[in-house]
Design a protein around this ligand. Structure first.
Ligand SMILES: Nc1ncnc2c1ncn2[C@@H]1O[C@H](COP(=O)(O)OP(=O)(O)OP(=O)(O)O)[C@@H](O)[C@H]1O
Length: 236
């Protein structure tokens, strides 16, 4: 661990007239993979949007890499992969990467490196419109890696992937964390918890646990994270 990447203090966000996040308080460490886990609609995407600066929030409630969330200087320091891949269907994989490399101001050498990181080198010349959903998501991930972000925010990056690919992506996340990045990965699949260094469990806009996987199981006396989640909800 190499310090704190995110500090959230008293974060409440209202969406559609209802509080989507309630008075959240937690830190995210650099050099770790933090899992943001919780059922659909619990606020994971809203929280991620806030961290990357596209969601209105109370001033002073979120600090990212030492700056207020949304500061212009953070743009190149954060990689964000949404659930909907934001790449061009009518360009090849490599053309997309070369385009975004120019946008973020990095050299073409980063293109091959990022494609290799997400195991897409073999598909470099394929049109993105002809890829599967999982492959397209990996193109988005490669784009997010171009500028070597210090904070990588990934919204459900492993949904629908085959188990081997999912495992290799988790290995990549850990490699990035070992290199010093803070990696925040959301999932509604509790099984993914064991792959994280640290967990933030969310329910109904609140963080109900902030612990290591082992610490969470010890605190609840359960043997798996899904049962621990249920135990926490029943206790509260
Ligand atoms: N554009 C929007 N306008 C109004 N309310 C919204 C909007 N987007 C999300 N919400 C509400 O905010 C709450 C949190 O939604 P959010 O998308 O953050 O959840 P999530 O945990 O990411 O869900 P999922 O796992 O399904 O993506 C939900 O109650 C949702 O209905």
């Amino acid at each position: 661990m190499t310090g704190r990447a995110v500090r959230v203090q008293g974060l409440t966000v209202v969406r559609g007239g209802r509080a989507a996040l309630h008075d959240l308080r937690f830190d995210v460490a650099a050099g770790q993979v933090t899992g943001l886990l919780g059922p659909s609609g619990c606020g994971k995407t809203t929280l991620m949007r806030t961290l990357v600066g596209v969601q209105r929030h109370p001033p002073g409630s979120v600090e990212v890499l030492g700056e207020p969330a949304g500061a212009a200087s953070l743009r190149r320091r954060i990689g964000y992969v949404t659930q909907q891949p934001s790449v061009y269907d009518d360009l090849t994989v490599a053309e997309n990467l070369r385009f975004f490399a120019r946008v973020v101001g990095v050299g073409p050498d980063r293109v091959a490196a990022c494609l290799a990181q997400v195991a897409l080198g073999d598909l470099a010349d394929r049109l993105v419109g002809r890829l599967s959903g999982g492959q397209r998501s990996r193109v988005s991930l490669a784009v997010a890696l171009l500028a070597e972000p210090e904070l990588l925010v990934l919204d459900e990056p492993t949904v629908g992937l085959d188990p081997l690919l999912r495992r290799s992506l988790w290995d990549r996340f850990h490699e990035l964390a070992r290199a010093g990045a803070a990696v925040l990965v959301s999932s509604h699949v509790m099984d993914e918890a064991v792959r994280c260094d640290r967990l933030l469990l969310m329910r109904q806009g609140r963080v109900i646990a902030d612990d290591t996987p082992a610490g969470l199981l010890a605190a609840t006396g359960e043997t798996d994270v899904e049962s621990a989640f249920v135990a926490l909800v029943e206790r509260s």
